[in-house]
Design a binder for this molecule. Structure first.
Ligand code: C5P
Length: 499
């Protein structure tokens, strides 16, 4: 067998390689090494080039000499994902692009997946190449683009069966009515449909077509068959079509919606909170004074939303009851939007029973007694109107004393002084199990560059339990959320163990 250095030497001597052009003995050595590592020859060659590149500067690689099969790309070792924590990071997606105007969205989809550490290999139908080029797709995947079923070189190197299975998920985006019809009927007359018939991996499709085509009985039948066959769907969405003057159901889901669905399907992280139900409150409440004015506390909702998402990530069924905020909904949660404290309390209590409740909302303590139906007028020289306040219900305290009290009840305490002392009193008064206390005083030194804890992205908390106080270091709000969710898991596991 030829030494691997010889392969490197052969490959390294070329500005651009075609496996077909390697001499027989080098090809054989590459074939054996690829088989040993469970990779295609092309993949193996790319990895070798990547190694070479690290040691000896840049090497241009074109896995095929044929220009339509993808651009010459510089082989690079897998970069660190620019966005960390994506559940499908490190996984491989085979993206099948079929021919519709929405094909342009697949370019963005590739970028969003790659920046999250997902490897993307693309297959394009002939029609897809009428809308976008293999050159742009290949530049974004940094891999060869597969277009032909009867390609001697591809078949020798990767093969359509291997292509269909060397991945964790097959994604069809956009999925045209034509490709859906082929899939539903088991047709295999081009590379895309053959790979879809040959794959043993889960398949996700993002249909995109004119609303009349989507609502046609034939498409409805095909979609139904595909659903029964276990094909996953994302969209289509309702809205404006790319064709002018057309609107309805048929738009391809936006790339980030497809990304989220892919993350969900490929999420193999453990789900220790599966079967548990959690209620989380977040954001401020707005207490109306008149139709245009309200009383509120400062709160961005960032911490509460992050906690809801962290609990959902661990498998909990999460109901997030949120006051008015301007941040996106957390993933994987049912979101109930409210305005006032009384509304929040109603929705929290309607969501009972629950195993876990985390009350993060900055609920306004008071509301105006008797909300004015008309805008209160500023009358010159008379000074400000008198505002009579009345106390709002305490939602946390209500839950603490409720006959359906959640198994683990957690409150928050934003304090500016005597933090532990005040938080401990709150724990007792509201019958909570834990209080997460944070210092929101201007001199807490946290997030000073971004406007303090409230509205900022960082937090330093103490967890008060009946056993004692845990001091956590300064963390991002996401980190606090993940750590709290993990702490909740440990607690519930310990409770189950002693039960
Ligand atoms: O009493 P204080 O507002 O400092 O208590 C903070 C904790 O109580 C937080 O968990 C907050 O969500 C909750 N709370 C509530 N209803 C209120 C006031 C506070 O649930 N009306």
């Amino acid at each position: 067998m030829i030494e691997i250095n010889a392969i490197k030497c052969h490959i390294g001597g070329m500005a651009s390689i075609t496996i077909r052009n390697l001499d027989e003995s080098t090809k054989q050595a590459l074939r054996e090494r690829a088989a040993r590592n469970g990779r295609s020859m092309e993949e193996e060659a790319r990895l070798l080039l990547a190694e070479l590149e690290q040691g000896a500067g840049s090497v241009e690689v074109a896995a095929s000499g044929r220009p339509q099969a993808g651009p010459a790309v510089a082989a690079r070792p897998s970069p660190e994902p620019a966005i960390s924590g994506f559940p499908a990071a490190g996984k491989r997606v085979l993206l099948i692009i079929s021919g519709g105007i929405a094909a342009y969205k697949s370019l963005d989809l590739i970028r969003r997946l790659r920046e999250r550490g997902v490897r993307v290999r693309a297959v394009m139908t002939a029609a897809a190449q009428q809308f976008i080029t293999p050159l742009s797709v290949g530049a974004l995947t940094a891999d060869k683009v597969f277009t032909d079923l009867f390609d001697r070189e591809d078949e020798h190197d990767v093969g359509h069966i291997r292509l269909a299975r060397d991945c964790d998920l097959v994604v069809v985006a956009p999925a045209t009515a034509d490709l859906m019809a082929k899939m539903a009927n088991g047709l295999a007359n081009d590379l895309a449909s053959t790979a879809l018939l040959a794959t043993n991996r889960p398949v996700l499709i993002a249909p995109a077509m004119n609303p009349a085509m989507w609502s046609h009985k034939a498409t409805r039948r095909n979609a139904e068959s595909l659903r029964r066959d276990g094909i996953h769907f994302i969209g289509p969405m309702a809205g404006e079509m790319a064709e002018s003057g057309e609107a309805g159901e048929g738009r391809m889901a936006e790339p980030m919606q497809v990304v989220e669905k892919i993350g969900e399907l490929l999420d193999t992280r453990p789900k220790p909170l599966k079967g548990k139900r959690a209620i989380v409150t977040s954001g401020p409440t707005h207490e109306p004074i008149d139709p245009v004015r309200y009383i509120a506390n400062r709160s961005s909702g960032k911490q509460g939303h992050a906690i809801a998402e962290a609990l959902a990530d661990l498998g909990a069924e999460v109901i997030l009851v949120s006051g008015p905020v301007s941040i996106p909904d957390p993933k994987g949660c049912e979101v109930v939007r409210v305005e006032s404290a009384r509304e929040m309390q109603r929705m929290v209590e309607a969501a009972l029973p629950a195993d876990i409740a985390v009350m993060v909302a900055a609920v306004a303590d008071w509301r105006s007694k008797g909300e004015a139906k008309e805008k209160m007028k500023k009358e010159g020289g008379k000074g400000p109107s008198h505002l009579e306040l009345t106390e709002n219900p305490d939602i946390l305290k209500g839950l603490g004393h409720h006959k359906q009290r959640p198994g683990l009840l957690i409150g928050f305490a934003a304090e500016t002084e005597k933090i532990v002392e005040h938080a401990r009193a709150k724990l007792e008064r509201k019958k909570a199990d834990w209080i997460v206390a944070n210092d929101v005083s201007p001199d807490s030194g946290i997030g000073t560059t971004e406007g303090g804890v409230m509205g900022g992205d960082r937090n330093r908390v103490r967890i008060l339990t009946r056993e004692g106080v845990e001091e956590w270091p300064e963390l991002t709000k996401q980190q606090v959320a993940r750590r709290l969710a993990a702490r909740i898991c440990d607690h519930l596991a310990a409770v189950t163990a002693t039960a």
